[in-house]
Design a protein around this ligand. Structure first.
Ligand code: GRF
Length: 203
C-alpha cells in the first residue's frame, strides 16, 4: 500500500478516478492528502466526500514560489506521502518538492509527449491536424513536460471530431490509465534506468 499526495487545481475528475479505483480494489493505495492550488476547485469537494484531508491554497501563497513549494513539500511529508500525484495541477512543481520527492512526482499530460507539451495539449494536437494524439504519464522533473515517460495511450482523432468530443475521449483514457500506472508504482514495478528510460517489471 502506497500513500499518495494528490495535487489538483480544478474539476478533479482524475482524482475521482483514483478514488474510485481504490474503492474498487484495483489500486492498492491510500490518498493521504489532496492539495489544491485554487480554493474553489471542484476536486476539493470530491476529496471531502471521500473523507480525504484537504488543503486549499490561494494565489497569494504562490507569490513566493519557492517558499510555497517548501511549505507544500512539508505538508506532503507530514501526511506521509510516498508519491506526489499531479492531477490537473496548473502550477509548476519546483525544486523543494522535486528534491524532497525525487523521482516520486508523477504527472499526467493530455498528449503524446514530447509532442504538444504545455497547458493546451489537446487543442494544440487538434489544431495541428494530427491523426493520432493521446496521453502520457511521466515522472516530473525540473524540465517541464520532459521527465521520464512511464506509460502512454494513443487516442485517434476522427474525421468528424470536434475539440469537445476529442477532449471527452482523452479524459476517458486518462481515467483508465492513471490509476493503472499508480498501481504499477504500488506494486514496486517501475524503475528508472541510467538512460532515463522507465522499465516496468513483469509480475
Ligand atoms: C487532465 O486533462 C490532465 O491531463 C491535465 O489537466 C486535466 C485535469 O482534469 N493535466 P481533472 O481536473 O482531473 O478533471
Amino acid at each position: 500500500m502506497i500513500k499518495l499526495g494528490v495535487l489538483i487545481s480544478g474539476s478533479g475528475s482524475n482524482l475521482q478516478a483514483i478514488i474510485d479505483a481504490i474503492g474498487a480494489g484495483a489500486l492498492d493505495a491510500q490518498i493521504a492528502v489532496v492539495i489544491s492550488s485554487k480554493p474553489d476547485a471542484y476536486g476539493l469537494k470530491r476529496a471531502q466526500e471521500a473523507g480525504i484531508p484537504t488543503i486549499a491554497l490561494t494565489r497569494e501563497v504562490y507569490a513566493h514560489p519557492t517558499e510555497a513549494d517548501e511549505w507544500i513539500a512539508d505538508e506532503l511529508a507530514k501526511a506521509g506521502a510516498d508519491y506526489v500525484v499531479m492531477a490537473g495541477y496548473m502550477r509548476m512543481v519546483t525544486a523543494p518538492i522535486l528534491d524532497a520527492f525525487c523521482d516520486r512526482v508523477v504527472n499526467l499530460h493530455p498528449a503524446l509527449l514530447p509532442a504538444f507539451p504545455g497547458a493546451h495539449g489537446i487543442a494544440d494536437a487538434f489544431n495541428a491536424g494530427v491523426k493520432v494524439t493521446g496521453i502520457t504519464v511521466h515522472f516530473a522533473n525540473a524540465l517541464y513536460d520532459q521527465g521520464p515517460i512511464i506509460a502512454q495511450r494513443a487516442v485517434e482523432i476522427r474525421e468528424d471530431d470536434t475539440l469537445e468530443r476529442l477532449e471527452e475521449r482523452i479524459h476517458a483514457a486518462e481515467h483508465e490509465l492513471y490509476p493503472q500506472v499508480l498501481q504499477l508504482l504500488a506494486q514496486g514495478r517501475v524503475s528508472i534506468q541510467a538512460n532515463r528510460r522507465v522499465c516496468i517489471a513483469e509480475l
